[in-house]
Structures are given as C-alpha cells and as structure tokens.
Design a protein around this ligand. Structure first.
Ligand code: C5P
Length: 303
C-alpha cells in the first residue's frame, strides 16, 4: 500500500491479492470456515483519494480506470457507493470507534476486478482505515486497525501491514508474513460472471480437503519447487466449478495455454497461472486472448 499527500488530498494505492493455496480445515460454530491460505500481494492497484470535508457528510464516488498513472477515469455505475460499499462501512466503523465527526470526500478508482477473489473490496476497506487514520490524525495503532479490519471482513487484515505475501489463518484474519524467493509473474483470466462468496463456501464439502500441509507448501514455494501438479491448491475451486461453467472453461483454457501451475483465487472467479518469466506470461496471455478469453492480464507478485 502506498500512501502520500497530494495538495489537500491524501492518495492511497492499494494492491490486489491472489491465493496460491487455500485449505479449509472445517466449519466453525459461527458459520465461518477455519482455513489456512497463502496470499500474495500483486502489482494491480485501486486508488482512493480522500479530501477533508467542511461538513459532517461523507460522499463516495466510484470510477473505473485502466491505468495507474492517470486519474482521467470514467464513472462506474456498477459499483454501488451506498452503505453496502465496504469503503463506506470502513469509514462509518472508524467514526463510530473514534467519535470523529467530520465528513470526507472519497474518490475510489477501481482497477481490481470485482467478485473475482482478488481482494479488491477488502483492500479498499483497509485503505480507508489506513488513509483516514492518517488524514484525520487519529493515531490508531496497527493493533487497533487490525481489530477494526477483522470486523469488516476476513480478508481485510491481510492488507493492514501490506506484506508481500503471508499465511493467513483463522477465518483469514490472522496474518503471518512470509518471504518469497522471487517475483512471480502471473497471468490472470477473469470469467465474465462473478460468484457470491457465501454460495461458494456453502458448496464446499469436507471430502475435498487438500491433504497437503501449509508449512510444507510454503517451504516448497520458497525453494522454488512448485510443479505443475502441486502448484496451486484451492479447496474452493471444486465448489466454484460446480456453480459456474465460466470458471470451468477459463481453467481449461489456461491449462491449454500453459503447462505451468493453474488455479483459482479465493472464492473466485479469477483464475491464474504462475509463470517463470514475464515474457512467458505475456505469451500465455496472448494465447488466452487468441482463444477468445476477453479479460486477461499479466501481473507480478510485489517485491
Ligand atoms: O468475512 P467476509 O465478510 O469476507 O465473508 C463473506 C462470507 O464468506 C461469510 O459470510 C461466509 O459465508 C463466507 N466465509 C466463510 N469462511 C471464511 C470466510 C468467509 O464461510 N473463513
């Protein structure tokens, strides 16, 4: 996450994530699932611009943009800017927690695909906590930001300290940063349709539990030993395929386009392949586009 002042505004660039590994340990009494997941932060960013407001009203405007270096964005009516938006929920939670009364003008510039399992909404929520803590000089500690993050969603904590990669446990909110041995170039292919996270978790059945251990996986990842077969594990991939033919066909297209590890991120629907070099990733992306998959792009894990 990159945070800086630009005139009277505070600008936050906040990254996406991809899950290389997601194992479900079981269903908890509170309805959530206990999991172990390996998340990597990737160089694809949403941007939030915060401006102090004279009144106590908060306004959020959402825009869509394809480049990091321009703010000449277009309005984004598909993304609701009301109370369900995680950015608005984060702002309200922060005001409730601190009693701070002034409003804020927020522009959210979306680049991270939505309903894709790439953590876009969680990353935006976290950027709001971190950004407003700075803009309003609230002085909240990292520990408090983690407490608030956990109230907003299971993936929000991953972004609080912005690690390059981490093992996340519990329902996803317990973050243990890890190091990667190298930058991972990845080809992401987004099916046209998204999936609802609760629906995908509901479809999961314990019979598809991966047997591999997360520490063993991370050890092999760090030693660069991931092979085609054991490259990406995701216990939610089978339920997502059951719910979406788009996920099934996107994974099949990726497997035809490369022999490298292929899988799905989070609860979907973004699918991706981990390549050895950027050049190779660009070749896979070209083959995917040639096969008619429309939303394809290349990202690196952050280093
Ligand atoms: O925590 P978050 O609000 O992102 O979760 C959305 C939904 O995903 C939850 O309501 C739950 O149905 C499901 N979920 C789960 N176990 C997790 C994380 C999410 O069952 N560890």
């Amino acid at each position: 996450m990159v945070v800086y002042h630009q005139g009277p505004s505070l600008v936050v660039h906040t990254p996406a994530k991809l899950n290389l590994f997601l194992k479900i340990l079981g269903k908890r009494p509170d309805g959530y699932h206990s999991l172990e997941t390996v998340m990597v932060s990737v160089g694809l960013y949403d941007t939030l611009v915060f401006r102090e407001s004279e009144s106590n009203q908060t306004h959020l405007n959402c825009h869509r943009c394809d480049s990091l270096h321009t703010f000449s964005e277009t309005p984004f009516p598909n993304l609701p800017a009301g109370p369900d938006n995680l950015v608005v929920r984060a702002e309200r939670l922060l005001r409730k927690h601190t009693g701070f009364e002034q409003g804020v003008q927020i522009d959210l510039i979306k680049r991270i695909p939505m309903q894709a399992g790439m953590g876009g909404g969680s990353s935006d929520a976290c950027a709001t906590l971190v950004g407003l803590n700075r803009l309003w000089r609230l002085g909240l500690t990292t520990e408090t930001l983690h407490e608030l993050a956990a109230q907003l969603g299971s993936d929000v904590n991953f972004f609080v300290e912005s690690p390059l990669a981490a093992i996340c446990r519990g329902r996803g909110e317990r973050v243990e940063p890890i190091r990667l041995s190298r930058c991972l170039p990845m080809v992401v292919a987004c099916p046209n349709s998204g999936l609802s996270t609760p629906d995908v978790f509901r479809k999961w059945s314990s019979s598809v539990c991966a047997s591999v251990d997360v520490d063993e996986y991370v050890d092999r990842l760090q030693r660069g030993l991931l092979s085609h077969e054991d490259g990406i594990h995701n216990a939610l991939e089978a339920p997502a395929i059951e719910l979406s033919d788009d996920v099934r066909s996107t994974l099949a297209s990726l497997r035809r386009a490369t022999m490298r590890p292929v899988g799905m991120s989070g609860s979907g629907t973004a699918c991706f392949a981990v390549c050895q070099t950027k050049l190779e990733a660009l070749g896979v992306a070209r083959r995917m586009r040639g096969a008619g998959v429309r939303s394809v792009f290349v990202v690196n894990s952050r280093v």
